[in-house]
Ligand binder design. Sequence first.
Ligand SMILES: Nc1ncnc2c1ncn2[C@@H]1O[C@H](COP(=O)(O)OP(=O)(O)OP(=O)(O)O)[C@@H](O)[C@H]1O
Ligand SMILES: [Mg+2]
Length: 332
Amino acid sequence: MQIELHNLKRSYGSIHAVDDISLKIPSNTVFGIIGKSGAGKSTLVRLISTLEKCDEGEVYYGGKRVDNLKRDDLLAQRRRIGMIFQNFNLFSSRTAGENISYPMEIQKMDKTYIKKRVKELLSLVELEGRENASISTLSGGQKQRVAIARALSIKPDILFCDEATSALDPQTTRSILDLIRDIQKKMSLTVVMITHQMEVVRDVCIDVAVLDEGKVVEQGKVVDLFTNPKTAVTKDFLSNLVNEASNSDDIVRWSEGGLYTLRFKGKHTDEPILSNISKEFDVVFNIRGGGVQKVDNVHIGTLLCDIEGKKDIVEKAILRLEEYGIIVEEDK
Ligand SMILES: Nc1ncnc2c1ncn2[C@@H]1O[C@H](COP(=O)(O)OP(=O)(O)OP(=O)(O)O)[C@@H](O)[C@H]1O
Ligand SMILES: [Mg+2]
């Protein structure tokens, strides 16, 4: 189900939480919306999911306008949407199975069908046999799996995830993201991932929009955003990723320093570019750390290094690096 937003606006008093946002979210994909705290992500997701009315603008699902529906149609429309959140929003008084069956009970579906469907869903999220587990006995990752199963129980066309992995450790995050990606493919869902974590965008999204102060400041394929970030906000997110990754196995740092971050996309990986440039210009690359990340099946190499030499020569060497298609960021 393709989603289109036309000039959406929502203000709270003098705060323009969503300030004239137009976006096309293609069907059958994982679309990321990334932004810092307060950028307007949750407000935007409430507007897209028709949980909240916009002040101005239009929302379309599959070409049909949905933001101005009458009450009954709006309720029917909302049943085609699944949502999961950072804090899971499960009923602690109900078992895992009862949480999953809740949306189907509301719709007065047949009891035998519900029972069968709960079993199917538990197996889909790899929690077979846990229908009677009480919520308090589940880990964070398992709680999110129950929440995912509940969101999918009514077979939605669109799944909204608002910071769905923010409360989880990196390993659990990865397993939940893998699950979301699998389910997206299996059910041909449109998934909208709201996050402030670049690793979530890297690991699961195909397209992404960067939100800042209520506006979309940059959007495109995730691979392009990683190799050619245009705005300061995006560069900031990427440099946080490098710093965080330096503690994990993605990037290995073997000494302190590294004023420059070089990013190499796919095809260069075999060429001795740095040696060539070092010979051509009188500069020395002192490499401090590096690694390879995989973004949507394209390998992106990252090197943290210093470039030593006369200032004007260093500048020329950087230009030559850029001619090779390498992205050079200076840590200021
Ligand atoms: N119901 C509301 N009433 C008043 N102000 C609100 C309301 N909801 C959001 N805001 C304001 O709108 C702005 C955007 O908030 P929003 O929750 O959409 O940001 P966010 O990107 O989701 O942030 P976070 O990453 O912290 O969840 C903030 O300045 C917030 O204080
Ligand atoms: Mg939020």
